[in-house]
Ligand binder design. Structure first.
Ligand code: ATP
Ligand code: MG
Length: 356
């Protein structure tokens, strides 16, 4: 237990739909973990997405731009909904989110995928295949074919360019190797090196980072087509998967269905400044205001914030264990349990260590 007297400044963007419900659950859990571990938080709540469009006509106001840049970390709920879907592209919630990520320079996207004990039956995979799945996908987020130049289409051709620099691959490889050190110590780098020069380059750079700095981590390589097949055939074989922007987009959505509810999945997006932490699910307008949103994805995102941005791994692990306990007792209704957002959050609070 640590008692440093730093105050962590967290910019909180609850967003729309169920965003405010799940974020307030996560803040209660953070507060309780803070008391147990002697951590202080200053939360500044800001309107973002549809809430900001309603307040000032723009999804990503200048005030939010300044606040997130000066924070230690950013906790986001979810944005968007039918009310704002008809707006022009530059004023849409999704554009605000892309601009937030760009503004923070978050080049790595971390998506852990866990099948919790007792919830194997929810997986679309056979229970015996799903059971024990615990993997992390590290996706490169600001390079590759999504951003390579030239990129255009004309009536006679369409062109996108896949391009990575040594520095871009080195820094994402380091994120994956560091994460593996806190997990089971294995990294699988996914590419298409048998066909694409950019992938052969990716592989060579990953091997170089491994040899020079992370010989204690086990590294192997898979082609992306095989990786997709293996994720469905036996996801338990993976610890950390690191891959380029496009492959990561596809594989992380594939992997997200394995636990059986979107409501369980957290994410972290990291760069050199404040990290951005948000559940994988969207604003689920059908559930807004009903008190039934599953807060686990957001609570686990807050745990990732403690681990990755605030260097409080012990408090993060305590939250993860408390979530596991609460899920085993009685999960939320989307998982076939009987608890709503509030009751489930109370159960997590109860399962946390008490203040010293
Ligand atoms: P977006 O476009 O914002 O990504 P989406 O339409 O892809 O949104 P979500 O909003 O993520 O989808 O949710 C799809 C459905 O999954 C919801 O309508 C809801 O029924 C269910 N769902 C998502 N998140 C949760 C949650 N936290 N708890 C319970 N159910 C959820
Ligand atoms: Mg979606």
């Amino acid at each position: 237990v640590t008692h440093d007297h730093v105050t962590y400044n967290v910019a909180v963007l609850p967003g729309d739909g169920i965003g405010p419900d799940v974020v307030s659950a996560a803040l209660r859990v953070l507060g309780a973990a803070g008391e147990a571990y002697g951590l202080r938080f200053a939360f500044s709540h800001l309107a973002f997405g549809g809430a900001a469009i309603d307040a000032c006509g723009h999804p990503f106001p200048d005030e939010v731009r300044a606040a997130v840049a000066g924070a230690d970390a950013v906790l986001l709920g979810a944005v968007g909904g039918p009310k704002w879907d008809a707006l022009p592209r530059e004023r849409r919630c999704e554009t605000g989110l892309l601009n937030l990520r760009k503004h923070l320079g978050v080049y790595s996207n971390l998506r852990p995928v866990r099948v919790f004990e007792g919830l194997e039956g929810l997986s679309p995979l056979k229970s015996e295949v799903a059971r024990g799945t615990d993997l992390l996908i590290v996706r490169e987020l600001t390079g590759g074919i999504y951003f390579g130049k030239p990129s255009f289409n004309t009536p006679t051709e369409g062109v996108s360019t896949d391009r990575y620099t040594r520095g871009e691959v080195e820094r994402i490889a380091r994120v994956a190797f560091e994460a593996a050190r806190t997990r089971s110590g294995r990294v699988t780098s996914v590419d298409k090196a048998n066909v694409l020069d950019v992938s052969q380059f990716w592989r060579d750079v990953v091997v170089g980072v491994h040899e020079s700095s992370y010989p204690d981590v086990t590294l192997d390589h898979l082609y992306v087509d095989n990786a997709a097949m293996q994720l469905v055939r036996d996801p338990r074989q993976f610890d950390v998967i690191v891959t380029a922007n496009l492959f990561g987009d596809i594989l992380s959505d594939l992997a997200a269905v394995i636990p059986g509810s979107l409501g369980l999945l957290p994410s972290a997006s990291l760069g050199d400044g404040p990290g951005l932490f948000e559940p994988v699910h969207g604003s689920a307008p059908d559930l807004a205001g009903k008190g039934v949103a599953n807060p686990v994805g957001t609570i686990l995102s807050a745990a990732m914030m403690l681990r990755h941005s605030l260097d409080q791994g012990e408090a993060a692990s305590a939250i993860e264990a408390a979530v596991q306990t609460a899920l085993e007792e009685d999960p939320t209704t989307d998982l076939g349990g009987s608890r709503g957002t509030e009751a489930f959050t109370e159960a997590v609070l109860k399962a946390l260590p008490t203040p010293v």
